[in-house]
Design a protein around this ligand. Structure first.
Ligand code: HEM
Length: 207
């Protein structure tokens, strides 16, 4: 691997990877804070799985949080932190009846797929249940894949999923959270990754 490849991958891992994971947690907190019933369901699931343990110490226990996973997948569908993916064709391709020569650069609008009604009925609705109903279909098999696809699939995917699960489980287990009074509306801001602009939360230790 050439030096610039190593540098590029290191930067991607440190900056894009870390950012993408943190922003996904941010979007998830935002979606949950506006949906008290879904938040309480998640809290009940995490409390039951953890019991008296203050920490989630068994990351191998992957199926411990089906509702958490469903909320995470629905958040990634509607708030993808990488909504556009850049690709270069290795060889000539036909797409939509048009010919593109090798080395053509494409900007793929992945979000268009996650809003297709044929794939996701009531596509604009935040409905984590859809992932429980299709529990046999892991979300990585259903388009669009928030971590990309093929040989260049995000190598940090499992780490990111583990991090998001742990952080969200710990947050809901230990804290109540809500936007502070007078908080400005949260907006999507795209700058390489898609971030929740104006996201502010007041956190209080649960009594
Ligand atoms: C929620 C978190 C994350 C999301 C949504 C995400 C998403 C993506 C996407 C869409 C790609 C492009 C894949 C493709 O071209 O098909 C990618 C590539 C990459 N990601 Fe992530 N990523 C996340 C976290 C991470 C983490 C935690 C790391 C490393 C610790 C990481 C390291 C990388 C690297 C090195 C690449 C380039 C792979 C290559 O081009 O061969 N990512 N990621």
């Amino acid at each position: 691997m050439a030096l610039h490849d190593s540098l590029g991958n290191t930067l991607t891992a440190l900056l894009a990877g870390e950012d993408a994971t943190a922003l996904s947690v941010g979007w998830m907190i935002h979606e949950l804070a506006g949906r008290p019933e879904q938040l309480e369901r998640l809290r009940a699931e995490v409390d039951a799985a953890l019991g008296d343990d203050p920490l989630w110490t068994d990351p191998e226990q992957r199926d411990a949080f089906p509702w958490l996973d469903a909320v995470m997948q629905e958040t990634m569908r509607l708030r993808p932190v990488a909504p556009i993916q850049g690709m270069t064709a290795n060889e000539d391709v036909e797409l939509g009846g048009r010919h593109f020569p090798a080395r053509t650069n494409f900007m793929m609008a992945m979000r268009a797929l996650s809003l297709k009604e044929e794939i996701y009925p009531e596509e604009q609705t935040f409905r984590p249940e859809r992932w429980l109903e299709a529990r046999d279909v892991h979300f990585t098999q259903k388009p669009p894949h928030p971590f990309g696809g093929g040989k260049r699939t995000c190598p940090g995917m499992n780490l990111a999923l583990l991090e998001i699960r742990s952080v969200i489980a710990m947050l809901v287990h230990h804290f109540d959270f809500q936007p502070p009074p007078g908080a400005r509306p949260v907006e999507e801001r795209f700058a390489f990754t898609m971030r929740p602009e104006n996201l502010r939360m007041q956190m209080r230790l649960r009594g």
